[in-house]
Design a protein around this ligand. Structure first.
Ligand SMILES: NC(=O)c1ccc[n+]([C@@H]2O[C@H](COP(=O)([O-])OP(=O)(O)OC[C@H]3O[C@@H](n4cnc5c(N)ncnc54)[C@H](O)[C@@H]3O)[C@@H](O)[C@H]2O)c1
Length: 378
């Protein structure tokens, strides 16, 4: 049967606007799905820029006010690709307008906002998902399958890092276009909500819930010029964050993120150590999964590097031929695929708003702990 059209209204056309649009455009070429996304409208405040984006990427129309987009009868699903301080207001209004919602991460500025958003989508009964796309990198999905099969045995340790270096320059301003991540009023927090949120989402998915945390944060550059006011203002985001935690399964967690690790651009890594084996993954080599199996006997025992490109690896059967890698952008194609399949089957793909609220709770506990200097329950 021909897939049914699903009219997308996307708000924000920056980095994520492009990544998502690429996902909508590619997904039906490679996967057989019950729905086909239609690029109905893109919304941004600057009319000329919105028009240029719509022309380049193939959107049928534009809006310059997201409230007008939500009022349109021809929009089925709203995709929120704006800075974090707009996620709540747009999501709640979209739910009230009966639209499905695909919202960027982190779900909200904090847990209280996230609770309101969950209540709104659940009351309206609209499909919802949050773009924690790293779950959909085939090697990461495969790690989930290995862990769920029980091959690692009891898990002792979970370790993750997300390292960047783009804010070391003290002359870099904060706030406004492209630099909203440095302004807590737009971002909610610094590396905790921006980068560690990804690590936490993956960890909760792979290793279950986190019970308590103890954290430290640092803001290395204390004042920066604000792009919007032109004045030097206090920096209120966390530039770096490290935390320890207990998982409910008894394992210990160790997480670190910073934008001050000279030489690292986007180094997301995780490692899981169990009684029978270990798994390691690295975003810079994203189609590989490092695997150590203690049950291999004799001198052949050692770390193996699995090239996750075979037809029986997650998602890979629909791409090229075994041995040929795919990349970062495909995680968004896969997220759209899973969302559309969930609509068809009635079994919603995660992380839903409710799932993503768990990550928000861990982020809040981490920031609370860093402030108070004590362990915090999640
Ligand atoms: N899943 C991921 O890996 C990932 C990666 C990057 C960013 N993000 C998240 O995606 C969101 C957007 O980040 P980005 O990097 O794309 O930012 P960006 O700065 O590249 O784009 C933000 C867009 O929002 C638009 N915008 C701002 N205010 C608006 C308003 N009132 N009405 C309409 N449009 C408005 C801007 O014009 C811009 O097009 C954030 O929540 C961020 O945390 C997720």
């Amino acid at each position: 049967m021909a897939p049914k059209p699903l009219n997308i209204g996307m708000i924000g056309y920056g980095f994520m606007g492009r990544a998502h649009t690429n996902g909508y455009k590619r997904v039906n070429d490679f996967f057989d799905l019950p729905y086909r996304p239609v690029l109905k409208a893109v919304c941004a405040r600057d009319e000329a820029k919105a028009k240029a984006f719509a022309e380049q990427w193939g959107y049928e129309s534009i809006e310059t006010d997201w409230k007008k987009l939500l009022a349109r009868k021809d929009i089925d699903a709203v995709d929120i690709c704006t800075p974090n301080n707009l996620h709540k207001e747009i999501s709640i209004a979209a739910a009230q307008a009966g639209k499905m919602i695909l919202c960027e991460k982190p779900l909200a500025m904090n847990t209280a906002e996230g609770e309101e958003m969950c209540a709104a989508v659940e009351k309206a009964g609209v499909a919802n998902i949050v773009w924690y796309n790293y779950r959909r990198i085939p090697a990461v999905t495969y790690a989930k399958q290995i862990i769920d099969s029980g091959k690692l045995g009891r898990i002792f340790h979970y370790r993750a890092n997300f390292l960047q270096d783009w804010t070391i320059n003290a002359d870099l301003p904060q706030g406004g276009a492209a630099l909203w991540r440095l302004d807590a009023a737009a971002a909610g927090s610094g590396v905790t909500g921006d980068l560690l949120a990804h690590c936490i989402d993956t960890a909760l998915w792979l290793n279950g819930s986190i019970s308590d945390v103890t954290a430290m944060t640092e803001t290395f550059i204390k004042e920066r010029k604000h792009q919007l006011t032109g004045k030097s203002e206090k920096v209120t985001i966390d530039d770096a964050c490290a935390f320890l935690c207990h998982f409910a399964n008894g394992s210990l967690g160790l997480f670190e993120s910073t934008r001050y690790a000279r030489g690292h651009k986007a180094l997301y890594t995780f490692e899981v150590n169990g009684e029978n084996g270990s798994l390691k993954w690295d975003l810079h080599d994203l189609h590989r999964l490092q695997w150590f199996d203690y049950r291999v006997e004799g001198p052949l025992r050692g770390w193996a590097s699995i090239h996750v490109t075979d037809g029986d690896h997650p998602y890979m059967g629909k791409w090229w031929v075994p041995g040929l890698a795919i990349g970062y952008e495909h995680s968004f194609v896969h997220q759209v695929k899973d969302f559309l399949e969930g609509l068809g089957s009635g079994k919603p793909a995660g992380p839903t708003f409710r799932d993503a609220l768990e990550t928000q709770k861990v982020c809040d506990a981490v920031l609370d702990s860093a402030k108070s200097g004590s362990w915090k329950k999640v």
